[in-house]
Design a protein around this ligand. Structure first.
Ligand code: ZN
Length: 452
């Protein structure tokens, strides 16, 4: 007797689609049954006419707990994730007080979150000045961090960036235990110089902000990092690639056999600098949005696999923090909230706008994130033995994102007003339904995911 049987399913994995039923036992996929084959289960769900995907993984979110919970917390963030069809999030170590830089900070954060998350969660560990020693990084790795986050430019309060020399020694340490480091690539010197110049001259407009973080800064940092990855042989991941020229460097590096992977966010694919100039600070992020033609061109790198995965970089703020104050566009918070809307936005873009297979969505938000963050085998595929994490999408449901739909602590997002077709209608985490038809079931059995 199975716990759950999902019938009438169109099962979408990254490498193909098949019809059948999925049997679940003790939170795992017990097997897939052929169409019309029957089996006994405590609960049977028929999902005729809908796609079922391996649960989606958003590998880059800022839920800001502990320490910055006026922006988001793990309850609201994970509930938004569940409603949006995300079954696992990987939470960033900064905008945490303290930053997740050692075993003590890791344990403190875990103790706070356990029992309150609607979805499974992994943690990024910090890679900063104060912890870039063998002992500390190994300690974090043993705790179970999935990757380490490093900045090549000023990260703001409570966190530090590393220079090239420091990155070299940090990567040499990570290499010893196969650790993955993810990088915010913008060149510190270029961004600092241009920003100071603008501030000194009182040039504080939206265009000035864009000009203070040009693609040259992102490109230089990426090239520097590729050199460091090559000389150390360590695994590196480039966060939020915003521009095709950056993606091209990554493509060439991959071709040379460098262990490099990359991500972009939905906002770089659906918005551009015109959106920021016209609509304002809800669209402020760093690296910033680029030109329309760049956003278009980035798409081909998503298709050819140079960009391995899509994430939200869910980075919430209050309405007040998003205002242009005394420092104009420079004073407003940079970051876009998107954990709840990335799956449906990406599905619509891939399947309806671009005419690609739903398999591509499974690749970008399930299989590749699972592989890169070392959880493939439990997550990332619908197959016997994997966790019973599923996202069901009804391809017929038309939607428009409204502020009331958002479960965030601050119901503001660049994505409100966006329209599309095909929406998550059922989210299952290890065999338990966590949201159904846009309603949460109240489950908070999400648990820590560590490397396999
Ligand atoms: Zn981020």
């Amino acid at each position: 007797m199975y716990d759950l049987l999902i019938t009438g399913a169109v099962i979408v994995n990254a490498d193909g689609i098949k019809k059948g039923s999925i049997a679940v036992k003790a939170g795992k996929v017990a097997g897939t049954l052929k169409e019309h084959e029957t089996a006994e289960a405590v609960e049977t769900l028929n999902i005729e006419g809908k796609y079922i995907f391996p649960g989606f993984i958003d590998c880059h979110v800022h839920f800001n707990e502990p320490g910055y919970t006026w922006r988001e917390n793990f309850e609201t963030g994970s509930q938004a994730a569940a409603l949006g069809g995300v079954t696992t999030v990987v939470d960033m170590p900064m905008l945490n007080k303290p930053a997740v830089m050692d075993a003590e900070a890791f344990a403190g954060k875990l103790a706070l979150i356990e029992g309150r998350s609607a979805v499974d969660f992994g943690f990024w560990g910090a890679l900063i000045n104060s912890n870039m020693k063998m002992k500390k990084l190994e300690e974090l790795n043993k705790c179970g961090v999935l990757a380490f986050k490093c900045f090549m430019c000023d990260p703001g309060e409570d966190y530090t960036s590393l220079n090239d020399e420091e990155i070299h020694s940090a990567l040499s340490i990570l290499k010893k235990f196969g650790g993955l480091a993810g990088f915010h690539c913008e060149d510190d010197e270029i961004v600092r110089r241009l920003t100071l110049n603008k501030l000194e001259n009182g040039q504080l407009s939206r265009m000035d902000y864009l000009e203070s973080r040009p693609v040259e800064a992102e490109l230089k940092a990426t090239k520097d990092l590729i050199r460091l990855a090559e000389s150390t042989g360590a695994k590196v991941h480039i966060c939020h690639v915003s521009h095709p020229a950056v993606a091209e460097e990554i493509r060439l590096a991959k071709r040379r056999g460098i262990k490099i992977t990359s991500e972009t966010c939905l906002h770089y694919l659906v918005f551009n600098e015109e959106t920021l100039l016209e609509k304002g600070m809800l669209y402020k992020c760093s690296p910033p949005l680029r030109k329309k033609a760049d956003s278009e061109a980035l798409w081909s790198y998503v298709c050819d696999g140079t960009i391995d995965l899509i994430c939200s970089d869910h980075s919430p703020a209050t309405e007040k923090e998003k205002e242009e104050g005394e420092l104009g566009a420079f004073g407003a918070w940079g970051g876009i909230s998107g954990v709840q809307t990335t799956v449906q936005g990406l599905y619509h873009l891939v399947v309806n706008s671009r005419g690609e297979s739903p398999c591509m969505v499974a690749r970008l938000m399930s299989q590749r994130p699972a592989e890169i963050f070392s959880v493939y085998g439990r997550k990332g595929r619908i197959q016997e033995g994997f966790d019973a994490d599923f996202t069901v999408i009804d391809p017929q449901v038309e939607w428009e994102i409204t502020a009331e739909d958002l479960k965030y602590k601050n119901r503001i997002s660049a994505f409100t007003g966006l329209k599309g077709k095909g929406k998550p209608v059922l989210t299952v985490v290890r065999g338990k339904i966590v949201s159904r038809q846009g309603e949460l079931t109240g489950s908070s059995h999400g648990r820590l995911v560590t490397r396999i």
